[in-house]
Design a protein around this ligand. Structure first.
Ligand SMILES: [Zn+2]
Length: 169
């Protein structure tokens, strides 16, 4: 009622309590008796189209923040945070294929792109060199397998070469 502009006196008369009691309740639950454009995190999350957990994550990363924290983890959110959240979410792109993220996705646009990140060519350089070292170690410890792998590689290479020659002629 207060958010839609009703006076404290009118609210008090409507529920049959004192004006002071209404005022105390508003301060207790909303931190103020002023008319504000604030919503709870549940409403805010629904507006933005994400879970409460994700909204909290964005808050802890410093991308958005609530207008008020009213004890025991209860927060109130204003229109500026909604604008900030939406423009941030719209700017997110898949790190693999660079398309904008659909609203239900948080890092990669699809499962396909998520799986791509585990491929050698998409690993960060540090992970790649770590990978190369462990492969080299493994190969020295397993010379027989190393020989077989090398043979298979050669066969594959030869096959590729001969089909290319076939297409060229
Ligand atoms: Zn993608």
């Amino acid at each position: 009622m207060r958010q839609s502009g009703t006076t404290l006196q009118h609210i008090a008369e409507y529920i049959g309590v004192s004006r002071q009691w209404v005022s105390r309740q508003l301060i207790k639950y909303y931190g103020s008796t002023q008319i504000q454009d604030l919503v709870t995190i549940r409403e805010f999350a629904r507006m933005v189209g994400h879970t409460r957990r994700y909204i909290n994550k964005l808050w802890h990363r410093g991308i958005i923040r609530p207008v008020q924290v009213i004890g025991r983890g209860r927060t109130l959110w204003g229109p500026e945070s909604a604008v900030a959240a939406i423009s941030y979410l719209d700017s997110l792109r898949c790190p693999i294929c660079d398309t904008p993220l659909p609203s239900e996705r948080q890092t990669y646009c699809s499962r396909g792109c998520y799986l791509e990140t585990h491929k050698y060519k998409n690993m960060p350089e540090q992970a790649r060199s770590r990978h190369r070292r462990s492969v080299a170690q493994w190969l020295t410890r397993h010379p027989e397998q190393a020989r077989q792998i090398e043979q298979r590689k050669q066969r594959k290479y030869q096959a590729k070469k001969s089909t290319r020659r076939y297409h060229d002629t």
